[in-house]
Design a protein. Sequence first.
Lengths: 162, 207
Amino acid sequence: MAKLYRLITAVLRLAVAGAAAAAAIIMVTSHETTSFFGIEMEAKYSYTPSFIFFVVAFAVGFAYSLLVILVRPGSTASRLVLLSDVVVGMLLAGAVAATGAIADVGKNGNEHAGWLPICPQVRAYCVHVEGALIAGFVSLLVHFLIIMYSLHAVAEPLCCSH
Amino acid sequence: MDLEHGSKTKLPAAPAAATPACQCNNKLLQLGDRLVAVQPVVLRAAAALATAVAAAVMALNTQSYTAVVAIIGTKPLMQTFTAKFRYTPAFVYFVIVNAIAGTYNLLVLIIRRLILQRRTGGLVVHMLDMVIMALLATGAATAASMAELGKKGNLHARWNPICDKFGSFCSRGGIAIVSSLIGVALMLALNLLSAAANAHRPNVVGQ
Protein backbone atom coordinates (compact mmCIF):
# COMPACT_ATOMS: atom_id res chain seq x y z
CA MET A 1 0.00 0.00 0.00
CA ALA A 2 2.79 2.37 0.88
CA LYS A 3 4.58 1.44 -2.34
CA LEU A 4 1.45 2.17 -4.39
CA TYR A 5 1.11 5.53 -2.66
CA ARG A 6 4.72 6.31 -3.35
CA LEU A 7 4.40 5.33 -7.02
CA ILE A 8 1.28 7.39 -7.60
CA THR A 9 2.70 10.49 -5.92
CA ALA A 10 5.97 10.11 -7.83
CA VAL A 11 4.13 9.96 -11.16
CA LEU A 12 1.93 12.96 -10.26
CA ARG A 13 4.90 14.98 -9.08
CA LEU A 14 6.76 14.25 -12.29
CA ALA A 15 3.73 15.53 -14.18
CA VAL A 16 3.71 18.71 -12.08
CA ALA A 17 7.43 19.20 -12.67
CA GLY A 18 7.01 18.71 -16.40
CA ALA A 19 4.10 21.11 -16.69
CA ALA A 20 5.86 23.71 -14.53
CA ALA A 21 9.02 23.47 -16.62
CA ALA A 22 6.92 23.80 -19.78
CA ALA A 23 5.14 26.88 -18.40
CA ALA A 24 8.40 28.57 -17.44
CA ILE A 25 10.13 27.76 -20.72
CA ILE A 26 7.18 28.85 -22.88
CA MET A 27 6.98 32.15 -21.02
CA VAL A 28 10.71 32.77 -21.33
CA THR A 29 10.71 32.18 -25.09
CA SER A 30 7.89 34.65 -25.73
CA HIS A 31 9.27 37.53 -27.73
CA GLU A 32 7.93 39.49 -30.66
CA THR A 33 8.79 42.69 -32.42
CA THR A 34 6.39 44.44 -34.72
CA SER A 35 5.92 47.85 -36.18
CA PHE A 36 2.66 49.61 -36.90
CA PHE A 37 2.23 53.10 -38.28
CA GLY A 38 6.00 53.45 -38.21
CA ILE A 39 6.18 52.91 -34.44
CA GLU A 40 8.16 49.88 -33.42
CA MET A 41 6.63 47.77 -30.67
CA GLU A 42 8.50 45.06 -28.85
CA ALA A 43 6.81 42.56 -26.55
CA LYS A 44 8.89 40.47 -24.18
CA TYR A 45 8.11 38.65 -20.93
CA SER A 46 10.76 40.60 -18.98
CA TYR A 47 8.98 43.92 -19.55
CA THR A 48 6.23 42.86 -17.12
CA PRO A 49 7.11 42.09 -13.48
CA SER A 50 4.15 39.71 -13.18
CA PHE A 51 5.50 37.55 -16.01
CA ILE A 52 8.94 37.49 -14.37
CA PHE A 53 7.25 36.36 -11.15
CA PHE A 54 5.44 33.66 -13.18
CA VAL A 55 8.73 32.31 -14.56
CA VAL A 56 10.44 32.34 -11.14
CA ALA A 57 7.48 30.75 -9.35
CA PHE A 58 7.18 27.89 -11.82
CA ALA A 59 10.92 27.32 -11.82
CA VAL A 60 10.67 26.98 -8.02
CA GLY A 61 7.68 24.65 -8.46
CA PHE A 62 9.65 22.49 -10.89
CA ALA A 63 12.66 22.19 -8.57
CA TYR A 64 10.46 21.57 -5.51
CA SER A 65 8.44 18.82 -7.20
CA LEU A 66 11.57 16.99 -8.23
CA LEU A 67 13.17 17.29 -4.78
CA VAL A 68 10.09 16.09 -2.91
CA ILE A 69 10.03 12.75 -4.77
CA LEU A 70 13.06 11.77 -2.67
CA VAL A 71 11.21 12.07 0.66
CA ARG A 72 10.20 8.77 2.27
CA PRO A 73 6.51 8.60 3.25
CA GLY A 74 5.88 8.12 6.96
CA SER A 75 8.95 9.95 8.17
CA THR A 76 8.74 13.31 9.93
CA ALA A 77 9.77 15.00 6.71
CA SER A 78 6.59 13.78 5.04
CA ARG A 79 4.41 15.83 7.40
CA LEU A 80 6.49 18.87 6.54
CA VAL A 81 6.06 18.01 2.87
CA LEU A 82 2.28 18.20 3.16
CA LEU A 83 2.57 21.68 4.64
CA SER A 84 5.10 22.92 2.10
CA ASP A 85 2.90 21.43 -0.65
CA VAL A 86 0.16 23.84 0.37
CA VAL A 87 2.56 26.79 0.49
CA VAL A 88 4.06 26.03 -2.94
CA GLY A 89 0.53 25.55 -4.30
CA MET A 90 -0.35 29.02 -3.04
CA LEU A 91 2.76 30.41 -4.72
CA LEU A 92 1.87 28.83 -8.08
CA ALA A 93 -1.75 29.93 -7.79
CA GLY A 94 -0.66 33.49 -7.04
CA ALA A 95 1.67 33.48 -10.06
CA VAL A 96 -1.09 32.24 -12.37
CA ALA A 97 -3.51 34.81 -10.95
CA ALA A 98 -1.13 37.75 -11.38
CA THR A 99 -0.24 36.73 -14.94
CA GLY A 100 -3.90 36.22 -15.75
CA ALA A 101 -4.72 39.77 -14.66
CA ILE A 102 -2.05 41.31 -16.90
CA ALA A 103 -2.98 39.01 -19.79
CA ASP A 104 -6.61 40.08 -19.46
CA VAL A 105 -5.59 43.74 -19.71
CA GLY A 106 -3.43 42.95 -22.72
CA LYS A 107 -6.27 41.15 -24.47
CA ASN A 108 -9.25 43.34 -23.60
CA GLY A 109 -7.63 46.59 -22.60
CA ASN A 110 -9.06 48.87 -19.95
CA GLU A 111 -10.94 51.76 -21.50
CA HIS A 112 -11.37 53.59 -18.21
CA ALA A 113 -7.63 53.82 -17.75
CA GLY A 114 -6.97 54.54 -21.41
CA TRP A 115 -5.07 51.28 -21.94
CA LEU A 116 -5.47 49.82 -25.40
CA PRO A 117 -5.27 46.05 -25.91
CA ILE A 118 -1.99 44.97 -27.48
CA CYS A 119 -3.01 41.52 -28.71
CA PRO A 120 -4.09 42.67 -32.20
CA GLN A 121 -0.57 44.02 -32.76
CA VAL A 122 1.52 41.22 -31.27
CA ARG A 123 -0.66 38.19 -31.91
CA ALA A 124 2.08 35.53 -31.68
CA TYR A 125 3.25 36.90 -28.34
CA CYS A 126 -0.31 36.72 -27.00
CA VAL A 127 -0.68 33.11 -28.12
CA HIS A 128 2.65 32.29 -26.46
CA VAL A 129 1.55 33.81 -23.15
CA GLU A 130 -1.77 31.98 -23.38
CA GLY A 131 0.11 28.70 -23.86
CA ALA A 132 2.26 29.40 -20.81
CA LEU A 133 -0.87 30.15 -18.77
CA ILE A 134 -2.50 26.88 -19.85
CA ALA A 135 0.61 24.90 -18.87
CA GLY A 136 0.60 26.76 -15.55
CA PHE A 137 -3.04 25.86 -14.95
CA VAL A 138 -2.38 22.18 -15.69
CA SER A 139 0.56 22.19 -13.27
CA LEU A 140 -1.57 23.84 -10.59
CA LEU A 141 -4.42 21.36 -11.08
CA VAL A 142 -2.17 18.30 -10.78
CA HIS A 143 -0.48 19.83 -7.72
CA PHE A 144 -3.91 20.26 -6.16
CA LEU A 145 -4.65 16.59 -6.93
CA ILE A 146 -1.42 15.62 -5.17
CA ILE A 147 -2.44 17.54 -2.06
CA MET A 148 -5.89 15.92 -2.04
CA TYR A 149 -4.40 12.45 -2.51
CA SER A 150 -1.84 12.98 0.25
CA LEU A 151 -4.59 14.08 2.63
CA HIS A 152 -6.69 11.07 1.69
CA ALA A 153 -3.74 8.76 2.29
CA VAL A 154 -2.98 10.38 5.65
CA ALA A 155 -6.58 10.24 6.84
CA GLU A 156 -6.81 6.48 6.23
CA PRO A 157 -4.33 4.17 7.84
CA LEU A 158 -1.79 3.22 5.22
CA CYS A 159 -1.31 -0.20 6.70
CA CYS A 160 -4.42 -2.22 7.51
CA SER A 161 -3.78 -2.92 11.18
CA HIS A 162 -6.04 -1.12 13.70
CA MET B 1 -6.18 16.45 22.31
CA ASP B 2 -7.56 19.01 19.92
CA LEU B 3 -6.41 22.46 18.94
CA GLU B 4 -9.68 24.15 19.76
CA HIS B 5 -10.28 22.34 23.04
CA GLY B 6 -6.74 22.76 24.32
CA SER B 7 -5.42 20.01 26.50
CA LYS B 8 -8.33 19.35 28.77
CA THR B 9 -7.13 15.81 29.40
CA LYS B 10 -3.96 17.10 31.03
CA LEU B 11 -5.60 18.97 33.90
CA PRO B 12 -7.10 16.08 35.88
CA ALA B 13 -3.75 14.30 35.79
CA ALA B 14 -1.95 17.14 37.55
CA PRO B 15 -1.28 16.10 41.13
CA ALA B 16 -3.15 18.02 43.81
CA ALA B 17 -0.27 19.16 46.01
CA ALA B 18 -0.39 21.13 49.20
CA THR B 19 2.79 23.15 48.76
CA PRO B 20 2.39 26.72 47.41
CA ALA B 21 5.04 26.16 44.73
CA CYS B 22 3.08 23.29 43.22
CA GLN B 23 -0.13 25.33 43.35
CA CYS B 24 1.56 28.18 41.51
CA ASN B 25 2.79 25.70 38.91
CA ASN B 26 -0.71 24.32 38.48
CA LYS B 27 -2.13 27.82 38.06
CA LEU B 28 0.51 28.62 35.48
CA LEU B 29 -0.26 25.40 33.63
CA GLN B 30 -3.95 26.26 33.63
CA LEU B 31 -3.22 29.73 32.33
CA GLY B 32 -0.95 28.33 29.64
CA ASP B 33 -3.58 25.83 28.56
CA ARG B 34 -6.21 28.50 28.46
CA LEU B 35 -3.98 30.67 26.29
CA VAL B 36 -3.37 27.77 23.92
CA ALA B 37 -7.10 27.15 23.68
CA VAL B 38 -7.90 30.78 23.00
CA GLN B 39 -5.25 31.23 20.27
CA PRO B 40 -7.34 29.95 17.34
CA VAL B 41 -10.27 32.17 18.34
CA VAL B 42 -8.08 35.27 18.45
CA LEU B 43 -6.35 34.37 15.18
CA ARG B 44 -9.61 33.65 13.41
CA ALA B 45 -11.23 36.85 14.67
CA ALA B 46 -8.21 38.84 13.49
CA ALA B 47 -8.29 37.12 10.09
CA ALA B 48 -12.03 37.82 9.74
CA LEU B 49 -11.45 41.46 10.61
CA ALA B 50 -8.50 41.85 8.23
CA THR B 51 -10.31 40.33 5.25
CA ALA B 52 -13.54 42.22 5.97
CA VAL B 53 -11.60 45.50 6.16
CA ALA B 54 -9.85 44.70 2.86
CA ALA B 55 -13.14 43.96 1.11
CA ALA B 56 -14.81 47.07 2.50
CA VAL B 57 -11.95 49.45 1.70
CA MET B 58 -11.64 48.19 -1.87
CA ALA B 59 -15.39 48.16 -2.46
CA LEU B 60 -15.75 51.79 -1.35
CA ASN B 61 -12.72 52.83 -3.38
CA THR B 62 -13.67 55.48 -5.89
CA GLN B 63 -12.23 58.75 -7.03
CA SER B 64 -13.13 61.26 -9.68
CA TYR B 65 -11.80 64.56 -10.87
CA THR B 66 -12.94 67.06 -13.46
CA ALA B 67 -10.61 68.58 -16.00
CA VAL B 68 -10.79 70.85 -18.97
CA VAL B 69 -10.56 68.77 -22.13
CA ALA B 70 -10.99 71.38 -24.87
CA ILE B 71 -11.89 75.00 -25.35
CA ILE B 72 -14.57 75.72 -27.94
CA GLY B 73 -14.42 79.40 -28.75
CA THR B 74 -14.34 80.90 -25.27
CA LYS B 75 -16.21 78.10 -23.47
CA PRO B 76 -14.13 75.41 -21.77
CA LEU B 77 -15.32 71.82 -22.10
CA MET B 78 -15.10 69.88 -18.85
CA GLN B 79 -15.04 66.15 -18.47
CA THR B 80 -15.14 64.01 -15.36
CA PHE B 81 -12.69 61.14 -15.09
CA THR B 82 -13.65 58.43 -12.60
CA ALA B 83 -11.79 55.49 -11.17
CA LYS B 84 -13.85 52.75 -9.56
CA PHE B 85 -12.94 49.30 -8.35
CA ARG B 86 -15.38 47.59 -10.69
CA TYR B 87 -13.67 48.92 -13.79
CA THR B 88 -10.97 46.31 -13.22
CA PRO B 89 -11.88 42.59 -13.11
CA ALA B 90 -8.92 41.93 -10.82
CA PHE B 91 -10.28 44.24 -8.13
CA VAL B 92 -13.79 42.79 -8.47
CA TYR B 93 -12.35 39.31 -7.87
CA PHE B 94 -10.35 40.70 -4.93
CA VAL B 95 -13.48 42.12 -3.25
CA ILE B 96 -15.45 38.91 -3.82
CA VAL B 97 -12.75 36.64 -2.43
CA ASN B 98 -12.14 38.80 0.63
CA ALA B 99 -15.88 38.94 1.31
CA ILE B 100 -16.05 35.13 1.09
CA ALA B 101 -13.11 34.73 3.45
CA GLY B 102 -14.48 37.24 5.97
CA THR B 103 -17.92 35.61 6.00
CA TYR B 104 -16.42 32.12 6.33
CA ASN B 105 -14.24 33.10 9.28
CA LEU B 106 -17.14 34.85 10.97
CA LEU B 107 -19.38 31.80 10.46
CA VAL B 108 -16.79 29.43 11.89
CA LEU B 109 -16.36 31.72 14.90
CA ILE B 110 -20.09 31.80 15.55
CA ILE B 111 -20.85 28.09 15.20
CA ARG B 112 -17.59 26.85 16.71
CA ARG B 113 -19.20 24.87 19.51
CA LEU B 114 -21.52 23.00 17.15
CA ILE B 115 -18.90 22.04 14.60
CA LEU B 116 -15.86 21.22 16.65
CA GLN B 117 -17.44 18.62 18.89
CA ARG B 118 -16.78 15.91 16.33
CA ARG B 119 -13.47 15.01 14.75
CA THR B 120 -14.75 15.16 11.18
CA GLY B 121 -15.98 18.68 11.83
CA GLY B 122 -12.49 19.76 12.80
CA LEU B 123 -11.04 18.16 9.67
CA VAL B 124 -13.60 19.82 7.40
CA VAL B 125 -12.80 23.21 8.93
CA HIS B 126 -9.11 22.57 8.37
CA MET B 127 -9.64 21.66 4.70
CA LEU B 128 -11.84 24.70 4.09
CA ASP B 129 -9.24 26.85 5.82
CA MET B 130 -6.62 25.73 3.32
CA VAL B 131 -8.89 26.28 0.32
CA ILE B 132 -9.95 29.75 1.41
CA MET B 133 -6.37 30.70 2.22
CA ALA B 134 -5.32 29.71 -1.31
CA LEU B 135 -8.20 31.76 -2.75
CA LEU B 136 -7.16 34.76 -0.67
CA ALA B 137 -3.60 34.43 -1.89
CA THR B 138 -4.71 34.46 -5.52
CA GLY B 139 -6.94 37.49 -4.92
CA ALA B 140 -4.13 39.43 -3.29
CA ALA B 141 -1.69 38.43 -6.04
CA THR B 142 -3.93 39.54 -8.88
CA ALA B 143 -4.85 42.83 -7.19
CA ALA B 144 -1.19 43.52 -6.46
CA SER B 145 -0.21 42.94 -10.09
CA MET B 146 -2.90 45.37 -11.29
CA ALA B 147 -1.83 47.89 -8.66
CA GLU B 148 1.78 47.64 -9.83
CA LEU B 149 0.60 48.21 -13.41
CA GLY B 150 -1.39 51.24 -12.36
CA LYS B 151 1.53 52.69 -10.46
CA LYS B 152 4.37 52.13 -12.89
CA GLY B 153 2.52 51.63 -16.17
CA ASN B 154 4.09 49.71 -18.98
CA LEU B 155 5.88 51.93 -21.47
CA HIS B 156 6.44 49.09 -23.91
CA ALA B 157 2.70 48.56 -24.24
CA ARG B 158 1.99 52.31 -24.20
CA TRP B 159 0.03 51.97 -20.95
CA ASN B 160 0.40 55.10 -18.87
CA PRO B 161 0.41 54.96 -15.08
CA ILE B 162 -2.75 56.29 -13.48
CA CYS B 163 -1.59 56.79 -9.90
CA ASP B 164 -0.35 60.31 -10.53
CA LYS B 165 -3.89 61.35 -11.44
CA PHE B 166 -5.81 59.17 -8.99
CA GLY B 167 -3.58 59.38 -5.91
CA SER B 168 -6.04 58.51 -3.15
CA PHE B 169 -7.59 55.70 -5.23
CA CYS B 170 -4.15 54.12 -5.42
CA SER B 171 -3.32 54.56 -1.74
CA ARG B 172 -6.67 53.14 -0.61
CA GLY B 173 -6.18 50.18 -2.93
CA GLY B 174 -2.74 49.69 -1.40
CA ILE B 175 -4.19 49.65 2.11
CA ALA B 176 -6.79 47.06 1.06
CA ILE B 177 -4.12 44.80 -0.48
CA VAL B 178 -1.90 45.05 2.61
CA SER B 179 -4.85 44.19 4.85
CA SER B 180 -5.67 41.18 2.70
CA LEU B 181 -2.05 40.00 2.89
CA ILE B 182 -2.19 40.27 6.69
CA GLY B 183 -5.34 38.12 6.53
CA VAL B 184 -3.45 35.53 4.45
CA ALA B 185 -0.61 35.45 6.99
CA LEU B 186 -3.06 34.98 9.86
CA MET B 187 -4.87 32.16 8.06
CA LEU B 188 -1.51 30.52 7.36
CA ALA B 189 -0.74 30.66 11.08
CA LEU B 190 -4.17 29.11 11.80
CA ASN B 191 -3.45 26.35 9.31
CA LEU B 192 -0.06 25.60 10.83
CA LEU B 193 -1.57 25.40 14.31
CA SER B 194 -4.35 23.08 13.09
CA ALA B 195 -1.83 20.89 11.30
CA ALA B 196 0.37 20.69 14.39
CA ALA B 197 -2.63 19.79 16.54
CA ASN B 198 -3.90 17.18 14.08
CA ALA B 199 -0.49 15.59 13.79
CA HIS B 200 -0.68 14.39 17.38
CA ARG B 201 -3.78 12.34 16.71
CA PRO B 202 -3.08 8.62 16.49
CA ASN B 203 -6.00 7.97 14.14
CA VAL B 204 -7.48 10.91 12.34
CA VAL B 205 -10.71 9.42 10.94
CA GLY B 206 -13.31 8.79 13.64
CA GLN B 207 -13.03 5.77 15.84
